[in-house]
Design a binder for this molecule. Sequence first.
Ligand code: ARG
Ligand code: ZN
Length: 501
Amino acid sequence: MRHRPPLLLPLFVAAALVAGCAADTGVQSKRADTAAPATNGSAPGTTGPASTVPGSVPATEPGSGSTGDGVGDSLFPALGNPGVDVQHYDVHVTYDAVTDQLQGDVTLSVHLSGDRPTFSLDAAGLTVTAVTVDGKPAKFSTDAAKLRITPASAPGSSVEVEVVYHVKPTTAPSAVGIPDGWFNTPGGSYVLDEPDGARSWLPCNDHPSDKATYTFTITVGSGVTAVANGVQRDHRTENGHEVWVWQEDRPMATYLIQVLTGAYDIVEGTGPHGLPLVSAVLTADHATMQPFIDVTGEQIAFFEKYFGTFPLDRYGIAITDSFSGLAMETQERSLFSRDDFSGGRLDPSTQLFLSHELTHQWFGDAVTPARWRDIWLNESFATYGQWMWGEHVGNGSVADSAAAALASRPPGSSADPTVDQLFSYNSYDGGAVVLQALRLTIGDASFFQLLQQWVIRNNGTSRTTDDFVKLASQISGKDLTKFFATWLFADQPPSSFPAAA
Ligand code: ARG
Ligand code: ZN
């Protein structure tokens, strides 16, 4: 069975594998029509969709003055802002799905390091009308990628920065060449921000190395529901509008933000050891989607046996009216497309989507990559979790999934993707192969202890591949330098797995 052509997500390749099309490795070729031209992070993206769509900024921007403005991400040199460490975002947005107009007012609690008479935030295509720092009007300017702020007087090390802005949100191809940002749907909206879409609707420090807590106050039309990460704090009616307040208390990267507006039902339940479950499904879909809501607790209990206690405060699923193939590990409530779940049945494909994004809550959300090149710490681990759940429900063993992935693996290190390879085979199945080889090398006990310790020690922070490599040697008591050199960092890993330890 083939799905309709994969839109964007390599998850579809994995789905095809589950469905028995193990030879399909055509991620790159299938994405070629929508992908930005290949760039290695230093090659300027001067042609192709990414540089021509408003609100989208290529990974590097020749002549824009903002190249290298960022925090030194080798794949996205413009992202992030030196000296800026956001502690909390108090986000207020008013959204009208008919006019597709967003008005925003965000207050960022920021730690500034060093002596900074000026500092910047990521903001792409926003019309900024006012900025204050500690309540005093500040000078500001915007360009394609940045909001540059000069406070009236020398700022202290902790400041409150308020930005008032508006935007007609764009669903632009990101620097990766697949769309991200704020998507307008019939009667509502959703966001898919990975890797660089948040800045197209929210002034922020748009880099995974800077996690913060959030409050979202979302004002929508009468009868419309708004959902965001975390716990619902309020819902009131004001001047014929609905105001929804959600709060995320766990440190979160900007790319993991969830904002949904539309005709949603919020479905509450309880998971293992009293874990609150909060899901959101379109009212019209509620009955169809109930089986997927119902399996959530069981999936969490399964993964807790291997990955340790669920690392965040709650979980749930949100199923929106996006294009098919969308699946995103938005923190504490993963996002899916109704088109992929319209059958209302737990089949290999829906099991795969659900288990993949749930695994991300440990690997990606609780512990976040410090740099985009560390993406395998997200996608390979989520792919491995998806294999484990597949084995559990009788959709093929981990060993078979790993063998098929190794056989299909194109050359290239999973730890060193180019921008256009961020969501390609070796970030997903190719890196899950590395985890299977590691498991065989150090044994099940050390392997799962490593995964648990990775999350326990690093929950709430952003980490690099080197951090994982170090912890692996420490936990296993083995010098794994040669293992990682061979399996992770080399362009071409061995063609067969090591014998089990
Ligand atoms: N992290 C998602 C996953 O679990 C992929 C998101 C890809 N980004 C995008 N803008 N489509 O596979
Ligand atoms: Zn993923």
